[in-house]
Design a protein around this ligand. Structure first.
Ligand SMILES: [Zn+2]
Ligand SMILES: [Zn+2]
Length: 364
C-alpha cells in the first residue's frame, strides 16, 4: 500500500515504464505486487520478469498475466521455440504481443522455469498427489529400500577396505545367486496409512499455479532447448522427481541454462543421441564395461538408474568413475562445463590445445 506502491505510482506518473524482477519467492511477490498495483491504478502497465516462480496465483488470475490465446502468431510445428522469449527474459521487453492493452494498461508476466524445478510445481494439490503416489506404490519401493539399507550396512562393515571393481563383483557373486530378483526380500512391514484420497486432493482449493507466460528450459541429448508454455502445460500438474529438481531452482543454474539455450540456437549442430539403458539386465559403462553402480553401496536396478550418466560429447552411458572430467563443448553450443567420458576427454587433446577455449585443464 504505502511504501513501494506509492513510489511506483509516482514513477508511473512521471512517465517511467515499470518493470519488476524477482527470483523464487521474489518472483511470486513481483507478480502479486504488479496485480495489486494494477487493481489500484488500472492505467498502469507493468512488466514482470520472474525466475523460478512459485505457484502463487489461481488459474483465473494467471490467465490475465499473459497474452490471450490465439493472438500470438502461430509458430511452425517443428519450431515451437520462441526466439524472443529467451532473449526478452535476459534483455527486457520486446515489441511482441503482451497482455497489456495499449493505452489501457495491464500486467504482463514472463517467467523462466528450468527443467524439473520443484518450486513452480509445489502447489498443495501436487504435493498431496505425490504423497498419495508414495503411499500407493509402497509395494514397489519398500522392498527396494530394505535391500538398499542392507547394502549400506554391509558396505559399512567393509569400510576399511577400498572398493575396487573386482572386489565388488566378487562380493556380488558371493552374496547372491546371480538372479536380480533375489536382491529383493518380501515386504512384511506394516503398510503406511493412505495419506490423501482423490477427493481430498480435488477438494483442496484454490489450485495455485505459476503465473504468466513461461519459458520452460529443458534438455535434449544434453543440449538446452526452450519452449513457451503457461500454467496449463501438463508438466506443471505434477512434481517431477529427479536429481535436478532442487538444483534447477538456483539462479546460477538458470543463468547458464539461458546462455546455453542461446548458444545452441546459434551453433545449429545437434549432439549425438543419448543411449537408452537396456530394459533388463545390468547397465554397463561404455568405457570400463562394468555395471554403472559398481562403486555405490548398492547395485540393485534402482541404484543403476541413479548412477547412470551420459557423456555429453558421445552420448554413451558411462559410470561416474569413467566420466570425472568436465569440458565445454562450444561446437554443440554447450559453454558450461559438462561431463565427458575418458575416451572423449583423451580424444579432445588433438582438437583443443591446453588452456584454449573449449577445453579446461583436468580437475585436480
Ligand atoms: Zn566406467
Ligand atoms: Zn564420450
Amino acid at each position: 500500500g504505502g511504501g513501494v506502491g506509492a513510489v511506483l505510482e509516482r514513477f508511473h506518473e512521471e512517465g517511467y515504464e515499470i518493470e519488476i524482477v524477482g527470483h523464487s519467492l521474489g518472483a511470486g511477490v513481483a507478480t502479486l505486487l504488479a496485480l495489486l498495483m494494477f487493481r489500484r491504478r488500472p492505467s498502469m502497465s507493468i512488466h514482470v520478469y520472474g525466475y523460478a516462480p512459485p505457484a502463487c496465483v489461481c488459474e483465473v488470475l494467471a490467465e490475465k498475466t499473459f497474452p490471450p490465446k490465439g493472438e500470438r502468431k502461430r509458430k511452425a510445428p517443428n519450431n515451437p521455440v520462441p526466439r524472443k522469449g529467451v532473449k526478452e527474459a535476459m534483455l527486457g521487453p520486446s515489441r511482441r504481443h503482451s497482455a497489456i492493452v495499449p493505452g489501457k494498461g495491464g500486467v504482463n508476466v514472463l517467467n523462466i522455469v528450468l527443467g524439473d524445478d520443484a518450486v513452480p510445481r509445489a502447489s498443495t494439490r501436487n504435493i498431496l498427489a505425490i504423497a498419495r503416489e508414495i503411499v500407493a506404490r509402497q509395494g514397489e519401493w519398500k522392498p527396494a529400500m530394505r535391500r538398499e539399507l542392507e547394502d549400506v550396512q554391509r558396505r559399512a562393515l567393509g569400510l576399511w577396505a577400498p572398493m575396487t571393481r573386482a572386489t565388488h563383483w566378487n562380493r556380488v557373486a558371493r552374496l547372491t545367486t546371480g538372479n536380480p530378483a533375489d536382491y529383493y526380500t518380501k515386504d512384511s512391514g506394516e503398510g503406511l496409512k493412505v495419506a490423501a484420497s482423490e477427493e481430498d486432493i480435488k477438494g483442496t482449493s484454490p489450485l495455485l499455479v505459476p503465473p504468466g507466460e513461461i519459458v520452460h528450459i529443458y534438455s535434449k541429448n544434453g543440449q538446452r532447448m526452450a519452449s513457451l508454455v503457461n500454467h496449463r502445460w501438463p508438466g506443471f500438474r505434477q512434481v517431477e522427481v529427479s536429481r535436478h529438481m532442487f538444483r534447477d531452482h538456483s539462479k546460477d543454474a538458470i543463468m547458464s541454462a539461458l546462455r546455453d539455450t542461446l548458444a545452441v540456437r546459434q551453433c545449429q549442430r545437434a549432439t549425438p543421441r543419448w543411449m537408452d539403458a537396456p530394459p533388463i539386465g545390468p547397465v554397463l559403462c561404455a568405457v570400463c564395461g562394468y555395471s554403472v553402480a559398481w562403486a555405490s553401496s548398492s547395485d540393485n536396478p534402482l541404484e543403476q538408474s541413479r548412477e547412470l550418466r551420459h557423456c555429453y560429447a558421445c552420448g554413451r552411458i558411462v559410470c561416474v568413475g569413467c566420466s570425472s572430467n568436465r569440458m565445454t563443448l562450444p561446437e554443440f553450443g554447450i559453454n558450461s562445463l559438462v561431463r565427458v567420458c575418458e575416451h572423449c576427454y583423451v580424444n579432445s587433446a588433438g582438437k583443443f590445445r591446453f588452456g584454449e577455449k573449449g577445453c579446461l585443464p583436468k580437475q585436480q
